[in-house]
Design a protein around this ligand. Structure first.
Ligand code: 5GP
Length: 191
């Protein structure tokens, strides 16, 4: 059973080694990003495309911090499953409901790691003839050898470590944490 521990006044979920980005810092940065995006989309409502499941926390906070009229839709792509390493294989599990021809798209991603997922999504969506596509990612790993992929705005660059929380999971857990954290190695299942 997962139980919490209190460290230095902060309640931390079991299995968490350390908090990398706290709740307050995330909320401040999300509001900054929303202000930048409001300016970009002042003239025409964007369609925000949240990439499930990981982007759900970021998407819901970001869209509520934005003040321009906007629409939302979601795509689901395959994730790591119960692994902490990318397979490089991207599979569409749920496609968009909306028609995107001539629309202004804002892809909302949780994290860009190898960049392969985003590269695949961008190619797929570009073929459908949108007016333009921008990408906002909450986290981007600083990783040598990662794919050169379009990311227009990043919440936080992070070191090349496996993180959980604020939408990001490990084996389905930890998505509900309000902060981004590094997993304790003891919580990682043998592969
Ligand atoms: P990429 O294709 O850029 O390697 O990885 C993209 C997807 O892998 C992300 O949208 C996310 O779902 C998952 N991912 C990448 N790095 C991490 C990480 O550090 N933690 C978690 N929980 N998921 C990650």
């Amino acid at each position: 059973m997962l139980v919490g521990v209190v460290v230095a006044g902060e309640k931390r979920a079991a299995g968490i080694a350390r908090v990398l980005i706290g709740e307050d810092a995330i909320q401040i940065r999300v509001r900054e990003l929303a202000r930048e995006l409001d300016l970009i989309y002042a003239d025409e409502p964007p369609l925000l495309i949240g990439v499930l499941n990981g982007a759900v926390a970021f998407m819901t906070d970001l869209m509520r911090a934005m003040t321009v009229p906007l629409e939302i839709d979601f795509m689901a792509v395959s994730s790591y499953g119960a692994s902490t390493k990318t397979s490089g294989v991207v599979r569409i599990l749920k496609d968009l409901n909306a028609e995107i021809g001539d629309r202004r798209l804002l892809i909302v991603e949780d994290i860009v790691d190898s960049g392969l997922t985003l590269q695949y999504l961008l190619e797929l969506l570009r073929q459908r003839g949108p007016r333009d596509i921008r990408v906002v990612a909450l986290l981007k790993k600083e990783k040598p050898g990662a794919a050169e992929v379009q990311v227009d705005a990043v919440g936080f660059p992070i070191p090349d470590e496996f993180v959980v929380g604020y939408g990001l999971d490990y084996a389905g857990l930890y998505r509900n944490l309000p902060y981004v954290a590094i997993l304790d190695p003891s919580a990682i299942l043998p592969e």
